[in-house]
Ligand binder design. Structure first.
Ligand code: ZN
Length: 93
């Protein structure tokens, strides 16, 4: 698992952290990364390993757009992606 801190990618996307395969990109410096967010992003690394990068992306965006079509806001649509629901559960482990 490779962690990158104070990185431009999450800043560009306006998120705290983003995981691509086994790379975790944080917008913030290492000292500011909480245990909770670390567990969240580590769960995404597991999901990529289990499902493979192509299936992960397909399912992630399929569910996002499906939720949007159901009338959910961008935030709700993101929150309700099954990978995100699972990663939020992992935060509490
Ligand atoms: Zn997430």
């Amino acid at each position: 698992m490779n962690e990158h801190y104070s990185h431009w990618l999450p800043k560009l996307l306006n998120v705290t952290g983003i995981t691509i395969m086994n790379h975790i990109f944080y917008a913030i410096p290492k000292k500011d990364v909480s245990d909770k967010i670390r567990k969240h992003e580590a769960q995404h690394v597991n999901q990529y390993k289990e499902d493979g990068v192509i299936f992960f992306f397909l399912r992630y965006f399929y569910e996002y757009f499906k939720n949007r079509l159901k009338g959910q806001s961008r935030f709700e649509a993101y929150q309700n992606i099954s990978y995100e629901v699972e990663a939020r559960k992992a935060e509490k482990l």
